[in-house]
Design a protein around this ligand. Structure first.
Ligand code: CTP
Ligand code: CA
Length: 225
């Protein structure tokens, strides 16, 4: 019923969404990851598909069922996500990076399980590639780039810096400390930031938040045409 009621205002558009947490393996039994549930990104992918877009969803491991009618690409690590993004980004009209990508990954992977000893353990980490920054540097003609910004302090200032540094059209900022926002919840409190304006959205469920993000991205896309 929802599908029938939905206006197909994104038909003909290719939309790439990344979602979920990445996992960085330390040894065969251990990973470094974060609390991202993937709900926000999956809601965006589903909403875009219902609006008629051709959707590719590159996703880290989540407990969610992949939305129907999309091209689903599961990955584990930040490196794998980057490899898949590089395969798909060129032909996309709109890219929405909702994934919580690891900023650091272990310098080396231990083929055998790391055994405990009497000493403390340190894990050496190295930086991962910033996928969104790559996309900003390799932006295709007419393409719209949207990031998410997860903050615990100075949300607007930090999000605006990311918008500019990564050469984005839109960033959806949220402060995970605000009640009702952030990880593993069904609701979110987003502020949508473009070069021109800032829109503070009220607390709403992630499905509705996804619609606002897509509305903003579609508006920017049409503006650029
Ligand atoms: N991002 C990415 N590749 C990374 C890290 C982040 O594509 N290696 C993307 C995320 O998907 C998100 C945006 O960049 O859309 C912002 O992520 P966030 O973690 O909030 O910002 P960072 O730039 O990583 O900065 P920091 O974690 O230091 O706040
Ligand atoms: Ca980060």
């Amino acid at each position: 019923e929802q599908e029938l009621a939905c206006e197909k205002d994104m038909s003909g558009l290719k939309v790439l969404v990344t979602a979920g947490a990445t996992q960085e393996a330390l040894d065969p039994v251990r990973i470094l990851t974060n609390h991202s549930s993937g709900k926000m990104g999956y809601a965006v992918a589903k909403a875009a598909a219902l609006r008629g877009a051709e959707v590719t969803l590159i996703s880290g491991k989540t407990n969610l069922a992949p939305p129907l009618g999309i091209n689903f690409v599961p990955i584990a690590s930040a490196k794998e996500m980057f490899e898949e993004v590089k395969k798909f980004y060129r032909e996309q009209d709109i890219i929405i990076k909702a994934a919580a990508v690891a900023d650091y990954t272990p310098v080396s992977f231990s083929e055998e399980k790391i055994k405990k000893s009497d000493n403390d353990l340190s894990i050496e980490l190295k930086r991962t590639d910033d996928i969104l920054r790559f996309l900003g540097e390799h932006r295709q003609k007419g393409q719209i780039l949207c990031g998410f910004s997860m903050e615990t302090e100075r949300m607007l200032e930090n999000a605006r810096t990311k918008l500019q540094k990564k050469n984005l059209d839109l960033i959806a900022a949220n402060n995970v400390k605000v009640p009702g926002a952030g990880f593993e919840r069904d609701t979110n409190v987003l502020t949508l930031i473009t070069k021109a304006q800032e829109t503070k959205l009220p607390l709403m469920d992630k499905e509705e938040a996804a619609r606002y993000v897509l509305d903003a991205a579609l508006h920017l896309y049409r503006e650029k045409k």
